[in-house]
Design a protein around this ligand. Structure first.
Ligand code: HEC
Ligand code: HEC
Length: 171
């Protein structure tokens, strides 16, 4: 009897939790203007919730050799940005569905600095023909906004995907 009550409480609890998180399907949008200024001049402002803290630590620890470019910052500025990234990293925003999925997909002993190389990302994108990725309007999968028209709001919903020279994505 006791067990039944406990089970129903657990079910009710997860239903409430489910409805509270129902609108948090993507990742948290970027909320920091300093991050926008320093980290979105060369590419899309990747949301902190796209990688775990250890990945951001590794990436911010080697900005002078950042994907073959020099993106180094003053130590004080580096620290401010790293703090922001950690506070909002994937494992610290698991109420957002995509952050949770990305985080769960990375083995604990791995520290990727490319979110495009995480298992979850690869799985979600493997059905896209390479000609649609390599074309000049996209160039690489790192160019999120080329296909996800609402990526800047943290929403990667399938409804908002529009691939150049292809159109809406139906799978
Ligand atoms: C000087 C230009 C430049 C600046 C400034 C810069 N980046 Fe990059 N970043 C690059 C290049 C080039 C790549 C390689 C990916 C691409 O765009 O093809 C890259 C890739 C990345 C990736 C991996 C994307 C993937 O493929 O999954 C992350 C994450 C990233 N940058 C974060 C940052 C952060 C955080 C900052 C601010 C501290 C920053 N970048 C500032 C040039 C820059
Ligand atoms: C060439 C176009 C293209 C680019 C560039 C691209 N995506 Fe996608 N993405 C897609 C397509 C198409 C899907 C849907 C795949 C499917 O469900 O079959 C998808 C799915 C996703 C999903 C899962 C959405 C869901 O509701 O299941 C996420 C999250 C995502 N992409 C994030 C990103 C991020 C972050 C970037 C940049 C680092 C990126 N994508 C770059 C085309 C793209």
């Amino acid at each position: 009897m006791k067990k039944t009550i406990l089970t129903s409480l657990l079910i009710a609890g997860s239903l409430v939790a489910g409805s509270l998180t129902a609108n948090k399907r993507g990742v948290a949008p970027v909320s920091d203007s300093f991050y926008m200024k320093e980290c979105a001049s060369c590419h899309f402002a990747y949301q902190p919730g796209l990688l775990p803290s250890r990945s951001w630590e590794k990436l911010m620890g080697n900005l002078s050799n950042h994907f073959s470019t020099d993106a180094s910052l003053e130590p004080a500025d580096n620290k401010i940005i790293l703090n922001y990234l950690i506070k909002n990293s994937a494992e610290n925003s698991t109420d957002y569905k995509r952050s949770k999925k990305i985080n769960d997909s990375i083995p604990k002993n791995e520290t990727p600095i490319s979110l495009t190389e995480t298992k979850y990302f690869i799985k979600e994108h493997r059905g896209i023909p390479s000609r649609l990725i390599e074309q000049k309007e996209v160039k690489s999968l790192a160019n999120c906004m080329a296909c996800h028209t609402t990526a800047d709001t943290g929403s990667y919903s399938e409804r908002a995907i529009k691939i150049p020279n292809y159109g809406k994505w139906e799978d």
